[in-house]
Design a protein around this ligand. Structure first.
Ligand code: OMP
Length: 246
């Protein structure tokens, strides 16, 4: 496996959005040998729990636990402490929870790290505006004025000032986030759709190649891989497209 392939595959986060461990494990088997990141979201975590996470870690995967915490600071602090103890590599909170809540996540993580030196520091990122949110939903339903890009950058600045490592946003906003928070501030971008694939409920989408071109550090891909007739081929095709950019 050449280094370029390995590096690019490590920037692909596969969303294991399945109702149980059996179905998720079947996909993991199909992707065996591809050194991608794996994402466990609420559907799988609420069904299969920490055991599935540990199983992925035992198989050598980097794991993003996507539970999008959004609660009072004290509760998020406790949640972050428990999540860090699971040994995950990345987890997220909602930037809409505010600075104090994001700082509490950081504190919770630090408490876990201090109590167990065998743990490594996970990346903590803040969800800005969901990639399913359109301009009109933002303005008319959520009640935030102005354009979506400004709203995302405002949240990114808030996350950076709270000491978090990066944000979840659509790849469209990555250049502006980079300008505001610096190129080292991590951008994780879902809403990825290879040319010709179904958008589903995603609104702010780009192709894998376009997202890398915009400067995304990681891309998150679910259904274009999990619903493909040949998921392994779909994942390989995405990595190839990512490699062709740089
Ligand atoms: O935090 C996330 O991962 C996330 C944030 C966001 O704004 N949009 C978004 O789609 N996601 C997640 O990324 C994945 C995208 O899946 P697909 O739309 O199937 O590719 C899902 O697991 C979502 O929960």
């Amino acid at each position: 496996m050449n280094t370029e392939y390995k590096n690019m595959a490590g920037r692909l986060i596969v969303a294991l959005d399945y109702p149980d461990a059996t179905q998720a494990s079947a996909l993991v088997e199909q992707l065996q040998g591809i050194p991608c990141y794996m994402k466990v979201g609420m559907q799988l975590f609420y069904a299969a729990g920490p055991d599935f996470m540990r199983n992925l870690k035992a198989r050598g995967y980097s794991v993003f636990l996507d539970l999008k915490m959004h609660d009072i600071p004290n509760t998020v602090k406790g949640g972050a402490e428990s999540i860090t103890r699971l040994g995950v590599d990345m987890f997220n909170v909602h930037a809409a929870g505010g600075t104090q809540m994001m700082q509490a996540a950081y504190e919770g993580m630090n408490n876990a790290l201090a109590s167990d030196p065998s743990l490594s520091k996970p990346i903590i990122i803040a969800v800005t505006q969901l990639t399913s949110t359109t301009q009109s939903v933002l303005n008319e339903q959520i009640g935030v004025e102005g354009n979506i890009e400004d709203a995302v950058v405002r949240y990114a600045n808030l996350a950076a000032s709270a000491g978090l490592d990066g944000v979840v946003a659509s790849a469209h906003e990555v250049p502006s986030i980079g300008k505001a928070c610096g190129r080292d501030f991590i951008t994780v971008t879902p809403g990825i759709r290879p040319a010709g694939s179904h958008l589903g409920d995603q609104a702010r989408v780009l192709t894998p190649g376009e997202a890398i071109e915009q400067g995304s550090h990681y891309i998150v891909v679910g259904r274009p891989i999990t619903s493909a007739s040949n998921p392994r081929e779909a994942a390989e095709q995405i990595i190839k497209e990512m490699m062709n950019v740089e």
